[in-house]
Write a protein that binds this ligand. Structure first.
Ligand code: UGA
Length: 433
């Protein structure tokens, strides 16, 4: 079997599954995408992409002749050499990953008389591959291979992250399966890290934990900057020039959110705890992040005295720009706290919705959100927010108070525009240094 024109079945038509399917189709493979939600499959067949991910629509449209969508397992697997598992693994009440969707896929695999390789894309606890191997063997499917091939794509840049990755990680029990998955990626120029299955699983969890640690670290530095009169933006710049440290993931702000970091940090914490190990650094990373989301409230109280009956405009609902995803978004925590303090909350976002945020009024423009507000909080650094006429906006507010939760705007310019401005860890830039 050559790496070209192979047939791939992708189980799960969410972010990861659709990006994986679209990119493999772009590489020339035939792909069937299977999901259990009939409406989702129907929409995909009609060319409607159910998620907002830049570049994905084009990629799916361009490769339409190599892509089929189905709810039927037999149809998806017909002639497939690989089954990619890209289903959700949300946290359970205990914080462990819920693997029920993964097990459903494994148990749904039909009796097969040919070699096929199951490739795990979903983020799973270390040890999952060994359990799947055991379950396949118990069903007499010894000839079905297993590979762990974690994804490192970020929402908003998922297509380019897949096509131009920093590395491809392939963990296998048998080399032949790892070789086959490596060949599938031919056309992508990236180092390939071959590993055992458990190590590949841990690489995914450790990579995310390292990124989260950097964020909580710089957020704590920001908080100390505030207390001591420094500017975290300058500090991050100066620190990031050190090649051993690097610049990325050193943006202080109101904490990380999204569908991955919060879930994966809990899953790794529980994985360690279930194995009898207390993962101290990770526990601190999680706690710092929880507190960071709430620090803006303290800033608002300082600036407004009380939040009761104050109108607060939240600019941005998505957990980061370039996505409509609001899972674990700091805006939701902020809104909940503000409402609890008796404030009126108005929100704007160019693509994300306030659905599920009872008591919050969503408006279609920044101007409407800001008008008559007592304070504005910049929650998500959507690029259009940098282009606004802030001077004009300040004049429409009841009191021109602005808390920049992402350190996106220039403190001096904002003060010149008439705002009482605060940001995260910018005491020096705010003239308090
Ligand atoms: C993250 C990782 O970046 C991907 O490599 C990984 O594949 C993915 O999780 C996953 O496990 O599936 P994602 O959650 O899409 O991707 O978004 P990021 O761009 O990493 O941002 C995560 C959060 O961290 C956002 O809330 C963002 O605002 C915050 N962040 C990021 C900061 O607060 N500061 C920074 O310097 C960087």
């Amino acid at each position: 079997m050559s790496g070209e024109h192979t047939r791939i079945a992708v189980f799960g038509a969410g972010y990861v599954g659709l990006v994986t399917g679209a990119c493999f189709a772009e590489l020339g493979h035939s792909v069937s995408v299977r999901d259990i939600i009939p409406e989702r499959i129907e929409r995909l067949r009609r060319g409607k992409v159910p998620i907002y991910e830049p570049g994905l629509d084009d990629l799916l449209a361009r490769n339409a002749e190599r892509l089929v969508y189905t709810t039927d397992v037999a149809e998806a697997i017909d002639g497939a050499h690989f089954v990619f598992v890209a289903v959700g693994t949300p946290p359970t009440y205990s914080g462990d990953a819920d693997l029920s969707a993964v097990w459903t896929v494994i148990d749904e695999l039909p009796e097969l008389d040919r070699r096929l390789t199951v490739v795990m894309k979903s983020t799973v606890p270390v040890g999952t591959g060994a359990k799947v191997r055991h379950r396949l063997d118990a069903r007499g499917l010894r000839h079905v291979g297993y590979v762990s091939n974690p994804e490192f794509t970020a929402e908003g840049t998922a297509v380019s992250d897949f096509m131009e990755p920093d590395r491809i990680v392939i963990g296998s029990f048998e080399d032949v399966d790892g070789d086959a998955v490596a060949a599938l990626h031919s056309g992508i120029d990236a180092p390939i890290v071959r590993a055992d299955v458990a190590s590949a699983e841990m690489i995914k969890l450790a990579a995310n934990a390292a990124l989260m640690t950097r964020i909580s670290f710089i957020n704590e530095i920001a908080n100390v900057c505030e207390a001591t009169g420094a500017d975290v933006v300058k500090v991050a710049e100066g620190v990031g020039h050190d090649r051993r440290i690097g610049k990325s993931f050193l943006r202080a702000g109101i904490g990380f959110g999204g569908s991955c970091f919060p879930k994966d940090s809990l899953a790794l914490k529980q994985l360690a705890a279930n194995s009898g190990y207390h993962f101290q650094v990770l526990n601190a990373v999680i706690e710092v992040n929880d507190l960071q989301k709430r620090r803006v409230i303290g800033k608002l109280v300082e600036l407004l005295d009380t939040l009761r009956d104050k109108r607060v405009a939240l600019l941005g609902l998505a957990f980061k720009p370039g996505t409509d995803d609001t899972r674990e978004a700091p805006a939701f925590v902020l809104a909940g706290r503000l409402l609890a303090e008796g404030a009126e909350v108005v929100a704007w976002d160019p693509v994300a919705s306030a659905d599920g945020l009872t008591g919050v009024t969503q408006v279609p423009s920044v101007a409407e959100a800001v008008r008559d507000a007592d304070a504005v909080v910049l929650v998500t650094e959507w690029p259009e927010l940098a282009e606004l006429d802030w001077r004009a906006l300040a004049q429409t507010m009841r009191t021109a108070v602005l808390v920049d939760g992402r350190n996106m705007l220039d403190p001096e310019e904002m003060r010149a525009a008439g705002f009482r401005y605060d940001a995260i860890g910018r005491a020096a830039a705010n003239g308090q240094g």
